[in-house]
Each structure stands twice: as C-alpha cells, then as structure tokens.
Design a protein around this ligand. Structure first.
Ligand SMILES: [Zn+2]
Ligand SMILES: [Zn+2]
Length: 235
C-alpha cells in the first residue's frame, strides 16, 4: 500500500500538480496584465514586508504539500515533489516564504480540569469541533459535565494580560547583528545598527485578536473588555 502511494505521488500527483501550478501561473499573469494595480491581481491579501504573500501558486503548493505530508510514511516523497513544484515558481526549498504557516489562528488552553471527573486536558479553543458547536463540556464520554466558564474566562484573562505585559517588557534586538540590546540609553548598537522590537506589533495584535474572537463567541464580557482595550490602544 505504502509503495503504491509513494509511486502515485512521484508520478500521478507530481504531474497533475505541476500542470495545475502552471495553469495558475499563466492565469495570474493574464489577470495582472488586465488590471492596473499589480498588487491586487492575485485576489489574496497582500501583507507588507512579505512580497510572496498573495502569490496564489506558491500558496497552493504550500497548502497541498502540507496536507499530503500529514501521512508520515510518504513524507520523503512529498518533500521531493514539493521541491520540484517550488522550483517551478522559482522559490528555494528552504526559503522562509516556502514555509507553510497555518492560516487559521487558534489558542490552546492547557490543563483544563473537569470539576466532576477530574479529567485534565488541553483544549484547542478555536478548532476543536466539539467546543464550537455547543457549550464547553468535559470530553470524557461518560461525563459531559459543563466546564466552569468563570474559571476558564479567568484563565484566559490572566494569559491575555501576561502576554500584554511580555510585549511591553520585550527585548530590543539589533537589525544588523541580531544581538539583544544591553545598554539602556544607547540609540544604536555597538555595530552601528538600529534596534527593533523582538516581537512585532502586528504579530502581537493578531494573537490578541484570537482572544478577542474567543470572548465574542463565548460572550466572555471581562475578556472582551480586557482585549478590546489592549487592541484599541494600538489602533
Ligand atoms: Zn468530566
Ligand atoms: Zn548590532
């Protein structure tokens, strides 16, 4: 079975994916010619500082290969195919833009304990289908006790506040030598490079947005107030 799938990946899947990628590239070229603004041609949102974001063929390759690579037994063959597909769109195999990033942000609340059966587990608050459809309940089949919402909201508020604190207390790093800034008052690094924050503001905001979304969905008033206040400060 594994040998068969390996063969399929190196022949059938590689061929058809190459064809699809070629079609996307051709289509995108045509679309960008017919529009004035070259940035809006792909139909995907552009993010500043990431020129490859919005490259539809590259995103396609990354997503398809990430899904196929979930099968551990054929991972090597998927990597070979991925390398060939990336070569077609002129992206190096280990380039940062070739790395797959899960587009769906989530948050895992660890060590949630059921008050009835003492079952302890980590909950993926945005992706666990059992949590999305209904009230948050213990996952043990014979139990199903609703979780204490107040305890969970409290834990989330604590984490959101701590993240905010960490953001404000973060280190500055040098743009040139990547060393952490040690001298408090200097405006430039010893190597004459300027400093930047270790954690980017947009990164911080998107993490906070996840908490805000959880608060909205679960009607956690306190968490909503806390996160909207943090987010609004940096609007
Ligand atoms: Zn339980
Ligand atoms: Zn430096």
């Amino acid at each position: 079975m594994i040998e068969y799938i390996k063969g399929q990946i190196s022949s059938y899947f590689t061929d058809s994916l190459l064809r699809i990628v070629r079609d996307i590239v051709v289509h995108m070229k045509g679309a960008s010619r017919s529009e004035d603004d070259p940035n809006s041609s792909s139909g995907l949102p552009q993010i500043e500082g990431d020129p490859h974001r919005g490259d539809a063929s590259l995103e396609f390759i990354k997503h398809v290969c990430a899904v196929l690579a979930l099968d551990q037994s054929v991972q090597h063959d998927v990597l070979v195919m991925r390398k060939n597909l990336l070569k077609y769109v002129r992206v190096r195999e280990f380039a940062p833009e070739a790395e797959f990033r899960d587009p769906c942000h989530s948050f895992i609340l660890s060590n949630v304990i059921c008050s009835y059966c003492n079952d302890c587990r980590d909950l993926d608050l945005c992706r666990d289908s059992g949590l999305l459809s209904q009230e948050w309940r213990c996952g043990v089949l014979q139990c199903g006790q609703p979780y204490d919402r107040e305890v969970m909201e409290n834990a989330l508020v604590q984490i959101a506040r701590q993240r905010e604190r960490l953001y404000h207390l973060q280190d500055l790093v040098c743009l040139r030598c990547n060393q952490v800034k040690a001298a408090h008052l200097s405006e430039q690094c010893a190597c004459a490079g300027s400093f930047r924050c270790k954690e980017d503001a947009t990164e911080f905001r998107s993490k906070m947005q996840v908490f805000f979304n959880i608060a909205l969905r679960q009607k956690f008033q306190l968490l909503q107030e806390c996160t909207s206040w943090i987010l609004e400060l940096r609007l």
